[in-house]
Design a protein around this ligand. Structure first.
Ligand code: PEP
Length: 256
C-alpha cells in the first residue's frame, strides 16, 4: 500500500493579507515543482480567498486552520464548512492550541471532523500528549483516548489525515527523535487497525508535527509509518518550506 506523502504548513496567527500573498507568491514556484507529495498551505482565514486565487492553477492545496461544525446561523465569529468548501481541500482540527487555549473537547472535535467530511473537506486531525503525560508514561493512554473519541462514528474514506504532534515539541525547537515519532505513529496506526481494520489502517496518512525543520525532515521521512509533516514555524519561511517538501519527495521516492 503506497500512501502519498504530505507536507502541510500551519501558519497559525501570523501574516497580514499582504504578507500572506507575498509568502504564497515566494513559495509557489518551488512548491509547484515538487512531484508526488501533497503540499498544503494553511494561512489565516482572511487570507484564504487571496491564497486560493494564487494557487488556482497550481498543484498546491489550501487548508484552513479551524472550522465550526454548524452550516450557518447565530455563531458570531465562526466559519462554517459551507464557507470553506470550494476554497479549501483540508482543515486542521483538534490542534493542541485549540484544545488547550480554547478548551476544545474530543466530542466537539468529533462534530467538526464529521462536518468537514460531509462537506468534502479533508480533516488534518491533530493528536498528541503533553510533557507531563509523556513523562508520567501516559502517552499511549492519551492517544488512545484522543483517537478513539474523536474518530468515533468516523469513516476514514473521507480522506482524514492524522497528525501526531507531541505538545512538548510544538514551537519549542525540541522535535521528537525520528525513532520516537515512528514508534508512536506506528502505535496510532495500530489503534486505527484495531478499530477500523487493515484496509483503512494501511491507507490512512499519519504525519508528524513538532519543530520540524529543513534540518530534521529527512530523518523523519525515512521512517516507514511517517507519511509527512505538519510544519508550523518553518512553514513561514518560503525557502525552508520548499526545502522540506523537496526532501520529503526525494526520501519517499527512494522507497519505491
Ligand atoms: C504546529 O503548530 O502544528 C507545529 C508543529 O508548530 P512547529 O512546527 O512550530 O513546532
Amino acid at each position: 500500500m503506497t500512501r502519498i506523502p504530505m507536507i502541510a504548513g500551519n501558519w497559525k496567527m501570523n501574516t497580514t493579507v499582504d504578507q500572506a500573498v507575498n509568502l504564497v507568491t515566494d513559495m509557489l514556484p518551488g512548491l509547484d515543482a515538487v512531484k508526488d507529495v501533497d503540499r498544503v498551505v494553511c494561512p489565516p482565514f482572511v487570507s484564504i480567498k487571496p491564497a486560493a486565487d494564487l494557487l488556482k492553477k497550481s498543484s498546491v492545496k489550501l487548508g484552513a486552520q479551524n472550522m465550526y461544525f454548524e452550516e450557518k446561523g447565530a455563531f458570531t465569529g465562526e466559519i462554517s464548512p459551507d464557507m470553506l468548501a470550494g476554497l479549501c481541500d483540508y482543515v486542521i482540527l483538534g490542534h493542541s492550541e485549540r484544545r488547550h487555549i480554547f478548551g476544545e473537547t474530543e466530542a466537539f472535535i468529533n462534530q467538526k471532523i464529521q462536518a468537514a467530511i460531509k462537506n468534502l473537506i479533508k480533516p488534518i486531525f491533530c493528536v498528541g500528549e503533553t510533557l507531563e503525560q509523556n513523562e508520567t508514561g501516559c502517552t499511549e493512554e492519551t492517544l488512545t483516548h484522543q483517537v478513539m473519541a474523536s474518530c468515533d462514528k468516523l469513516y476514514f474514506f473521507g480522506g482524514l489525515v492524522i497528525a501526531y504532534e507531541p505538545v512538548w515539541a510544538i514551537g519549542t525547537g525540541k522535535s521528537a527523535t525520528a525513532e520516537q515519532a515512528q514508534r508512536t505513529i506506528s502505535f496510532i496506526r495500530q489503534l486505527v487497525r484495531h478499530r477500523h481494520g487493515d484496509e483503512i489502517a494501511n491507507a490512512v496518512r499519519i504525519l508528524y508535527g513538532g519543530s520540524v525543520t529543513a534540518a530534521n525532515i529527512a530523518e523523519l521521512m525515512q521512517q516507514p509509518d511517517i507519511d509527512g509533516a505538519l510544519v508550523g514555524g518553518a512553514s513561514l519561511k518560503a525557502e525552508d518550506f520548499v526545502s522540506i517538501t523537496k526532501q520529503a519527495a526525494e526520501i519517499k521516492a527512494g522507497f519505491k
